[in-house]
Design a binder for this molecule. Structure first.
Ligand code: ATP
Ligand code: MG
Length: 646
């Protein structure tokens, strides 16, 4: 469902933004014409121990496959995020922490305090045996100590692997084993939406499955009772009392690993994505400044979890590298009420808010009153990431949340890309609801057909990136062959994103969904996003997920799972009405063959719909649903299987 409306850059953004349309065209042009010069110049935004003299050195060809950026440079990522700000903004707030329970007081850390906390944490990790190159698994709630732990690893050159605090002991064990972590950093318990999460108890269950694991460092967060195993487990505060709050940053090569992060697993077994130090930090920092038009002093909130790449790049590394004030929120969007996000915005006078379509759809479903009763006057810019945003949700975000005055940056990117890739710059690009718009500096997106032929002009195809960029992942941990195989073998010489995409007459990019999810009805290829957006546009529909199912005549038919808004009733009439609705919105070819009303959809822990499970159910093949370990609520699957529309 394409929304033809255009939201021009507001007049004051045209004049005041860091990058206007002309500057964007100039910078993007130069980044492609002279990548060496452009990127060495951009690299100056970081503090180097040894400044690099070479920028990109890479080849996507199988014979000579390698990816390096700034390889002769040396730096320390934590020093870039903290130490270099001390002289100019030591007393400025670096992190604002908003607790789960709104009745509690927020915490604030200045850059000077952050320096002490991170140094102490780094010394604790050293005391626990961590050395440069060791893997440290971080399994933490959204508390400031989680950010300290990441930065402490970066300071001493240990490689962190953050595992989202909502994962089960088995999922945690798998990720500890995959990278042979020697240390796990955790907390007694986490808190989310008023509920306790037994993090330490989960580690206790995972530990016996992990032969590499030597030490567990436990932060006291809730004060809940836990078992401590002598020799293996230690309280953070005990160790912290014995170490200094000074720790010299380890000089690191630009290509030394910074972290491993497992993908969300929406398409298959999670991949251990490895990012290195120099290129990643440059990408996180540059995109954070330009995409959000960030200015020192602004309160900036990325409402993601640190367990996802969005939390890495846009809660911790990007903002702190830029000397920003970054807000970290412990809880969930809809607790104690669906007003919470907007209340936090008001409480801290947030100017820039970055969240996901899944959260927006969930809040939209509860009605506008929860938004309307808050002020939100501080908001200047809104952002979204994670899935294609339905134009309906986009407009709600723009009109109801932002009262029409805040541009929305719809940022398309992946764990693999390190940071935003296709995204508006708010002062430069007119917006179209549902489009991630234009490529960021240095990014050369291309659309290819199934055989890899380059498609030009307004067209639709598979999204590939034709050249390397500094924030690109460098390998799949422990499986370099899988790295090449997954991303570079399908279309030789290009990075394959796995996403389908349309480019319109204005050169705007529209992500249509995962390529694996594309439906082929009587020879017409259709992205899932388009049909889903049409369904969500209906007043009674809160959320929709669309998959293909075998069809004797058409090859594939369309099977839609539909979640209705609060207090809307499912009925046969509504079913026919929705079929007719899609027919009118898109055309007869997109008419769903089956509609199943579903109270819940299977989603990853990061809120993405797992269509591969829905596809199996639609096909009636429920015996082999594949890896479901990253599902947020596995019980939804039983309901979906039981209520399958035959
Ligand atoms: P896995 O690779 O294990 O299946 P995943 O792809 O869900 O997991 P992420 O790296 O978190 O893991 O997600 C990246 C994907 O999210 C992109 O490939 C794209 O499909 C989708 N995505 C992210 N941002 C956007 C956006 N702004 N618009 C459309 N799609 C988006
Ligand atoms: Mg992916």
């Amino acid at each position: 469902m394409t929304d033809a409306s255009i939201y021009p850059v507001p007049a004051e953004w045209k004049t005041k933004a860091k990058v206007d349309a002309a500057r964007y065209a100039q910078l993007h042009g130069r980044s492609l014409a002279d990548p060496g010069g452009f990127w060495l110049e951009q690299a100056r935004r970081l503090d180097w121990i040894k400044r690099p003299e070479i920028a990109g050195d890479w080849s996507f060809d199988e014979k000579d496959f390698h990816i390096n950026w700034f390889a002769d440079g040396k730096l320390n990522v934590a020093a870039n995020c903290i130490d270099r700000h001390l002289a100019t903004r030591g007393d400025q707030t670096a992190i604002i922490w908003e607790p789960d329970d709104p009745a509690e007081q927020p915490r604030r850390y200045t850059y000077a305090q952050l320096h002490k906390e991170v140094c102490r944490f780094a010394n604790v990790l050293k005391a626990a045996g961590a050395k440069k190159g060791d893997r440290v698994t971080i399994y933490m709630p959204m508390i400031p100590e989680a950010a300290f732990a990441l930065l402490a690893c970066a300071r001493i050159g240990a490689i962190h692997s953050v595992v989202f605090g909502g994962f089960s002991p088995d999922a945690l064990a798998g990720r500890i084993q995959d990278c042979d972590s020697t240390i796990v950093v955790t907390a007694d318990e986490g808190r989310r939406g008023g509920k306790k999460v037994p993090l330490k108890a989960n580690v206790d269950q995972a530990a016996p499955l992990c032969p590499s694991l030597e030490k567990v460092v436990v932060v006291r967060a809730t004060g809940g009772g836990v078992d401590m195993e002598p020799g293996r487990d230690a309280w953070y505060h005990d160790l912290a009392g014995m170490v200094a709050d000074e720790c010299p940053p380890e000089p690191m090569g630009a290509e030394d690993p910074l972290f491993i992060l497992y993908t969300s697993g929406s398409t298959g077994k999670p991949k251990g994505v490895l990012h290195t130090s120099g290129g990643y930090l440059l990408w996180a920092s540059l995109t954070h400044e330009m995409v959000f038009d960030y200015r020192p002093g602004q309160i900036y909130w990325c409402a993601a979890d640190i367990g996802w790449v969005t939390g890495h790049s846009y809660i911790v590394y990007g903002p702190l590298a830029n000397g920003a004030t970054t807000l970290m929120y412990e809880g969930v969007p809809n607790w104690p009420s669906a007003s919470r996000i907007w209340e936090v915005v008001d409480r801290h006078q947030v100017e820039i808010l970055y969240t996901a379509p899944t959260a927006l759809r969930a809040l939209m479903k509860e009605g506008d009153d929860f938004v309307a009763k808050t002020s939100r006057k501080s908001l200047k810019l809104l952002g979204t990431v994670g899935e294609p945003i339905n134009p309906e949700a986009w407009r709600w975000y723009h009109e109801v949340v932002g009262e029409g005055r805040c541009p929305i940056v719809d940022t398309w990117w992946q764990t693999e890309t390190g940071g935003a890739m296709i995204t508006p710059l708010p002062g430069a690009v007119d917006l179209k609801p549902g489009s991630a718009t234009k490529p960021f500096f240095g990014i050369e997106p291309q659309l290819v057909d199934g055989e890899g032929h380059l498609l030009s002009g307004a067209t639709e195809g598979n999204l590939v990136i034709a050249r390397s960029w500094p924030g690109q992942m460098r390998t799949v941990w422990g499986d370099h062959a899988r790295f090449f195989q997954t991303y570079f073998s399908t279309y030789p010489g290009k990075y394959f994103t796995g996403d389908g995409c349309r480019r319109d007459e204005d050169g705007y990019y529209w992500i249509t969904g995962r390529v694996d999810d594309v439906i082929n009805v009587s020879g017409h290829r259709m992205g899932t996003a388009e049909v889903e957006s049409a369904l969500v546009l209906h007043g009674k529909v809160a959320e929709a997920a669309v998959v293909g199912m075998p069809h004797d005549i058409k090859g594939q038919g369309i099977y839609a799972y539909v979640t209705l808004n609060a207090n809307c009733e499912a009925s046969e009439d509504l079913r026919s009405e929705l079929k007719q609705w899609v027919r009118t919105e898109i055309g007869p070819i997109a008419t769903p063959d089956a509609i199943q009303f579903a109270p819940g959809l299977p989603k990853t822990r990061s809120g993405k719909i797992m269509r591969r499970i829905l596809r199996k159910i639609a096909e009636g093949d429920v015996s082999s649903l594949g890896d479901t370990s990253t599902l947020a609520d596995p019980s939804v699957v039983d309901d979906l299987v039981a209520n399958r529309v035959a």
